[in-house]
Design a protein around this ligand. Structure first.
Ligand SMILES: *[C@@H]1O[C@H](CO)[C@@H](O)[C@H](O)[C@H]1NC(C)=O
Ligand SMILES: *[C@@H]1O[C@H](CO)[C@@H](O)[C@H](O)[C@H]1NC(C)=O
Ligand SMILES: *[C@@H]1O[C@H](CO)[C@@H](O)[C@H](O)[C@H]1NC(C)=O
Ligand SMILES: *[C@@H]1O[C@H](CO)[C@@H](O)[C@H](O)[C@H]1NC(C)=O
Ligand SMILES: *[C@@H]1O[C@H](CO)[C@@H](O)[C@H](O)[C@H]1NC(C)=O
Length: 780
């Protein structure tokens, strides 16, 4: 190896977002291809567009082939060094965060240098050796974490061509697939061509190319930005979309998007479509023993839901963010379905529950909070989350016009201040769901959903995020787990924590970019989860199949799609089926099987690796890791466990590095528990005997002389002057938990749940053969 001519060369890939990407982080999910030269010597020189033009990109071709929603995109950028000295030319692409790079080739002076996908550890070893030899002066640029950047030294007048390929499964969202191609060459390009070839097995519907987006908004309705793409429909299942803006149009678009015309096109070209559905069970595509099952039933009625919005209003939300949040909530409230129930919790250092029964109590500042009508929790400074039963909470409200109008009135007045008590906020959220499930006042089964939004780290009470995630997941355990969807708002939000929280609780994370359209992003997200169609969806295949990806999904939303892949081998009979629980009870769906020519095996590998890595243990569990590595190497996917290695001109080894450390490192921080005054200190929970007749006025109706009540079981003493030490176990408290039988006056915890004599009857128990008792939760 010629050591002197060896120069540093680095493929820099950051995988934090690859990990985060397992959840759909959306709008900047895009591809940016750019190329520029950096002067080697000129540390004082500006790197504005004029000096960058030494590297002239004369042609960019982006080709995306989508076969049954699996897309393979290749970016080819041709660059010439027009300076009279050697230049370092940088090629940079932002990889969509759901995609895996699957190929990279550099053509320099007519010679190809092809990258190989290698096991991460092996690549790191090569890297260390090079560093140790003092020869590799790493050229690392800190960039957006999903940037792919490569630099290469190119002689005067010489050409370099970069070929990059990445693959991804298009996700169906709000009823459409969206292929986003972000073009950002930083200079006008004479020959700029984008071609998207869609070839599906089912009929293509709603093929569209919406206006060019800047990449910072999810929707752009400026018609002047219509890409004027060429949509060529070959037949029902095949279409080609071509987009070739000339120099003039590139400048025009730059101008319309508010970017520098000299830098040329800087935006996202988007293609949207959907496919026709088999009414039931979805489509199973089979090929060479592999199958991929797409399930997106379209003709189901949505399940009614109880949605709990848990919204951060800490000080960092002040200004535009809180306004955007309010703006989006006002619109989201309008979109609730008639049979839905909703609860709104806002939190900062304390937790507030929207109370429509007493509008005056919705004061949002603790300093002026008062105890009204016995409600405490609407302004809870702190609490024992395991004894939330002690507090009286506003109920969940039906989404009728009157309630929505009242709720909007309160939401409009939400202000931002204080710290961030995430644990309390989520505990109250789960508690409200439990209360609603316990009462089910109109006998409708509802799917519960938590939509949790935060813009920062927890700062109050428990701030150790692992601890919060564990506690909330534990509180939410059981067969009726509530999916928690988390929204990280802005760059300061702890995405890793919010992702874990969502993942452990059957939800997913969505990042909300801090931008002018944040409110739209929030509404867009809400739409995705607004219509649950099925719960407990289970995919079954007979006879047995192997290498299956995930087959159980807690919930399926309208507009989305569930995908399962596996290997059925050479069996003649292959019988897939899907079970799910919908509005009319349990249903079995029968999918249709199609034999296709597709990339079924690759897609199977892609989904399998994604799901292996989704599991946070993938990083630590050597078996899971090994499986992921083997697949990544076999199918040549660059993933968090594999790397790109390129042998480049003059035998220099090109390798990669990444910032996985950020993801790997164990959190060693110990829990910090800050104590703030307990709710009970602010609003003492009565220790003296409550005045039963005031707290439970309906008792008057069944009360006879001498403190005796007449219930369905007979006549029993209220025992107002008694204190009974021992009590018997009883099966069901008003909170649906087992408990101990206690005198009514010694169980004020349940008063909020006892709204009539029949509530008492349901949980009634007898003490010492003569006293009226209630099944009471065991506290502390
Ligand atoms: C280099 O590789 C690319 C992509 O695979 C190919 O299109 C091109 O023809 C190759 N060039 C040479 C000189 O082999
Ligand atoms: C549609 O056209 C493609 C490409 O020409 C072809 O492969 C496919 O078989 C055609 N499909 C139908 C349904 O005609
Ligand atoms: C590679 O080596 C050749 C011959 O040794 C030399 O002329 C050329 O400049 C080197 N190229 C680079 C990019 O260093
Ligand atoms: C107890 O109440 C029931 C129903 O209200 C009533 O029918 C019954 O007569 C009452 N029993 C006595 C002993 O008053
Ligand atoms: C309970 O005690 C108070 C005062 O000690 C007494 O006035 C009242 O009559 C007693 N009630 C019963 C039901 O024994």
């Amino acid at each position: 190896m010629n050591e002197r001519s060896m120069f540093a060369f680095l493929v820099y890939l950051s995988f934090i977002v690859s990990l985060a990407s397992l959840t759909p982080i959306d709008s900047s999910v895009s591809l940016v291809a750019s190329s520029s030269a950096q002067s080697e010597s000129g540390s004082l020189r500006n790197t504005d567009a004029s000096t960058l033009s030494h590297a002239k990109i004369y042609k960019i071709e982006i080709t995306s082939s989508i076969t049954n929603r699996f897309s393979r995109t290749s970016v080819v950028s041709r660059v010439r060094n027009v300076a009279n000295t050697a230049q370092e030319i940088t090629f940079s692409v932002v990889i969509p965060d759901t995609a895996f790079i699957s190929g990279f080739v550099m053509e320099i002076n007519g010679k190809n240098y092809t990258a190989d996908v290698k096991e991460k550890d092996q690549a790191a070893h090569i890297y260390k050796q090079a560093v140790a030899s003092g020869l590799a002066a790493a050229h690392v640029t800190t960039r957006n974490s999903n940037d792919f950047t490569v630099s290469v030294n190119v002689e005067p007048e010489a050409k370099a061509v970069f070929y990059l390929t990445y693959e991804e499964l298009l996700k169906r969202k709000n009823g459409k697939y969206e292929q986003i191609i972000n073009i950002y060459p930083k200079q006008p390009v004479e020959d700029l061509n984008v071609e998207v070839i869609i070839s599906e097995s089912k009929k293509i519907t709603d093929l569209k190319t919406p206006p060019i987006r800047s990449g910072n908004e999810i929707i752009n309705d400026n018609l002047e930005l219509d890409p004027r793409a060429d949509l060529e429909v070959i037949n029902e299942t095949t279409a080609i979309v071509k987009f070739s803006p000339n120099l003039e149009r590139q400048k025009q678009i730059a101008h319309l998007l508010g970017t520098n015309e000299k830098e040329g096109f800087a935006g996202q070209f988007v293609v949207q479509y959907d496919v026709e559905r088999d009414p039931k069970g979805g489509e199973v595509f089979v090929q060479d023993g592999y199958f991929v099952h797409f399930f997106a039933p379209s003709d189901l009625e949505p399940l009614p839901k109880h949605i709990v919005f848990v919204l951060d209003r800490s000080a960092s939300m002040q200004g535009q963010k809180i306004e955007q949040l309010i703006d989006s909530m006002l619109k989201i409230l309008d979109e609730l379905h008639e049979n839905d129930l909703f609860s709104i919790i806002t939190f900062s250092s304390y937790v507030t529950v929207l109370n429509l029964d007493n509008m005056d109590s919705n004061t949002l500042y603790p300093s002026i909070a008062k105890k009204i009508d016995g409600y405490c929790a609407w302004s809870l400074t702190d609490m024992h989350y395991d004894s939330l039963n002690k507090y009286k909470f506003p109920k969940a409200y039906l989404a009728n016009k009157e309630n929505i109008d009242k709720a909007k009135d309160i939401v409009r007045r939400v202000g931002a201040s204080g710290g961030t008590d995430i644990l309390s906020a989520l505990s109250v959220g789960l508690h409200l769901i439990k209360l609603e499930k316990g009462t089910k006042h109109d006998n409708i089964d509802r799917q519960s959903i938590i939509m949790f939004l935060s813009d920062g780290d927890p700062t109050i009470r428990i701030t150790y995020t692992e601890d919060i995630a564990t506690r909330i997941t534990k509180l939410n355990a059981g067969p009726e787990k509530t999916p928690i969807f988390t929204l990280s708002f802005g760059e300061d939000a702890d995405r890793k924590f919010l992702q874990k929280l969502a993942f452990d609780n059957s939800g997913f994370l969505r990042h909300i970019y801090e931008a002018a359209d944040a409110s739209l992003q929030l509404q867009d997200f809400y739409q995705q989860i607004s219509s649950p169609l099925l719960t407990n969806v289970a995919f079954k295949y007979e006879p047995s199949v192997t290498s299956l990806t995930k087959t159980q999904f807690p919930i399926h939303f309208d507009g989305s799609e569930l995908v399962v892949a596996g290997w059925y081998g050479t069996q003649d009979t292959f019988k897939p089926a899907v079970d799910g629980h919908g509005i009319h009870g349990s249903t079995e769906f029968e999918p249709t099987v199609y034999h296709v020519v597709s990339h079924t095996e690759r897609l199977w590998a892609y989904i399998t690796i994604k799901q292996l890595l989704e599991n946070e243990n993938a990083i630590y569990d050597s078996k899971i890791r090994k499986k992921a590595i083997d697949l990544a190497l076999k199918y040549s996917f660059v993933t968090p466990v594999s790397s790109l290695v390129v042998v480049k001109p003059n035998d220099t080894v090109v390798f990669d590095t990444d910032t996985l450390q950020g993801t790997l490192e164990h959190i060693t921080q110990m829990p910090i528990v800050r104590t703030t005054p307990f709710c009970s200190e602010l609003y003492p929970i009565p220790t003296e005997k409550p005045d039963l007749l005031t707290e439970l006025p309906w008792i008057n109706d069944i009360l006879e002389d001498n403190g005796i009540i007449n219930v369905s079981k007979g006549k029993y003493k209220l025992g107002l002057n008694e204190t009974l030490a021992e009590s018997e176990d009883c099966p069901k408290t008003p909170f649906n938990t087992p408990g101990k039988c206690r005198l009514l006056h010694s169980c004020s915890t349940v008063f909020s749940q006892l709204t009539s004599a029949s509530d008492l009857d349901t949980h009634f128990c007898v003490l010492k053969n003569e006293f009226a008792g209630i099944c009471c939760p065991e506290t502390d």
